[in-house]
Design a protein around this ligand. Structure first.
Ligand code: ADP
Length: 485
């Protein structure tokens, strides 16, 4: 089976969040199920620097007004199709925003171009010639690629089955109606059954409307987004499409994330040598300028945003210090939240520290050396850092929502007795409940036998892609069968 995956970020080429991890790892895991994936992604400067010896597979004189080539290249086991269009993608800043954090002014055109290229390839644009290729299925990720099925729906060529995956429904790609004439879609596409959304154009909405199937990244989130609280305006459409909505939990790349072989950590270890983690713990404390004692070391590896519940943690940091714990925060985001953590660090020197940067290797060391990772998200489609935590014996302290709910087993009396507990979870998500969860975590830490048992249980959990890749392969197969029927 041949699949075209379309994503705006793919690890290890470019990453701003979990989407990149998924887009980079799922194709590798699908190989085991006889599924070959080519991944179409934008040629940002960072991506263009990494690809050498690429072949031009297709050229557009005008793709939504700009010249573009589709380059094919293999990179670390991934078959990549790179949309090389300097007008759209060769510019400073990140994939979505400039260096000041302001969205690129033409994101609507950049990602419509990505989607249109994806639709053209899906419908046979690269099928000619000796090395001609056409996918059986298209799998698109988030709003940046969600217009692929819409472009296919309104093209002359026959559609092929599509799957739209929602990694975070908070990001919807909503634009004004004034962009519609430039999207190169027929006038009737601007309707309730097409791309129209609250009077404007909605990219994710268009994908949810026209995609053959929809998935999101955990079973709990698949249920939550049917409610107004989590659906963020799309709950009605999703309820209408409920029969085609699936929840498949993300896995992680257990080759890259392996404490026994990880080169980014100070000392490698396994579940049988957990004491070795102490070396990593010292290294984390040193990197953050924290004091060293025998108390628990908590960490945060996250965007500092309201979604991630970071305001709640900022309120609770004083409690952590009182409990004899330390906290290392890695991440940046909202200025006010960054300032709150800086203020806490200034108030509790040696006990709380924050590094407002993005540092992939340091994130590995923190998982390998911290005792627990705090994830108090208000909503969390899947979440990856708790999965890394489980794999590294870094106990997740999580809000009971979305994928966090599906992957962490709370240390309740029953779970502790049955030795199934892998973390601490709390809900509803309030500062008070977070405080209680942190207190509970510290109490558990003070009982090394219980703590070690939880670490070992977490390290035993299956967080690989194996099972989930199988579920995606099955979903693809069902979609193909639907095409034939
Ligand atoms: P989201 O995609 O909503 O940001 P996820 O938990 O799904 O959240 O994925 C976040 C990914 O980004 C994880 O791989 C996490 O380790 C990584 N990450 C987040 N912040 C940082 C940071 N400051 N430095 C390094 N890695 C980070």
């Amino acid at each position: 089976m041949q699949v075209l995956s379309v994503a705006s970020e793919v690890y290890p080429l470019i990453k701003t969040g979990g989407l990149a991890d998924v887009a980079g790892a799922l194709p590798l895991a699908l190989k085991g199920y006889g599924v070959s994936v080519k991944t179409l992604m934008p040629g940002y400067p960072a991506v263009m620097r990494m690809v050498e010896n690429a072949t031009v597979r297709m050229s557009f004189e005008s793709l939504l007004g700009a010249k573009a080539d589709v380059l094919e290249v293999e990179h670390q086991g991934l078959d990549l199709l790179i949309l090389d269009s300097p007008t759209f993608f060769d510019r400073p800043g990140g994939p979505y925003a400039d260096a000041t954090g302001k969205d690129h002014f033409d994101n609507w055109r950049r990602f419509a171009a990505l989607s249109k290229a994806g639709a053209i390839i899906a419908q046979g644009g690269m099928a000619q010639g000796e090395s001609g290729w056409q996918p059986d299925i298209v799998h698109v990720h988030d709003w940046q690629a969600a217009m692929v099925p819409a472009y296919m729906r309104y093209a002359a060529e026959p559609e092929i089955p599509t799957l739209v995956t929602i990694h975070n429904i908070a990001f919807q790609g909503q634009f004004g109606a004034d962009i519609f004439p430039y999207l190169e879609l027929p006038p009737h596409a601007f309707g309730i059954g097409g791309v129209e959304y609250f009077g404007g154009v909605g990219y994710l909405k268009a994908g949810l409307q026209t995609g053959w199937a929809i998935s999101t990244v955990s079973p709990s989130y698949a249920e939550e987004i049917l409610t107004p609280e989590f659906g963020m305006g799309l709950e009605g459409l999703l309820a209408y499409r409920a029969a085609d909505l699936h929840g498949i939990v993300n896995g992680i790349d257990t080759g890259i994330w392996n404490p026994a072989t990880d080169t980014a950590v100070k000392a490698n270890y396994t579940a049988a040598s957990l004491k070795t983690r102490a070396e990593n713990k010292r290294a984390v404390a040193e990197r953050f300028g924290l004091i060293e004692d025998d108390g628990p070391l908590f960490c945060v590896i996250s965007r500092l945003t309201w979604q991630k519940g970071m305001d709640l943690l900022a309120e609770a940091v004083g409690d952590l210090v009182e409990l004899g714990a330390r906290l290392a925060v890695l991440g940046s985001g909202d200025r006010a939240l960054e300032n709150a953590f800086h203020a806490a660090a200034a108030h509790h020197p040696g006990r709380i520290a924050v590094l407002p940067t993005y540092d992939e290797p340091l994130s590995h060391l923190m998982q390998a050396g911290s005792d627990a990772i705090i994830i108090p998200s208000r909503f969390e489609p899947c979440g990856l850092t708790q999965l890394y935590g489980l794999r590294y014996g870094c106990i997740p302290v999580v809000a009971r929502t979305g994928g966090l709910n599906d992957t962490v087993i709370d240390a309740s009396h029953a779970a502790l007795a049955a030795k199934t507990a892998t973390g601490v979870s709390f809900g509803p998500v309030t500062a008070g409940n977070l405080r209680r969860a942190l207190r509970r975590a510290v109490r558990l830490y003070r009982d090394p036998k219980v703590w070690t048992a939880m670490q070992k249980q977490g390290m035993k959990s299956d967080v690989s892609w194996e099972k989930s890749a199988g579920l995606y392969a099955e979903l693809y197969k069902n979609l193909l069968a639907r095409k034939g029927s």
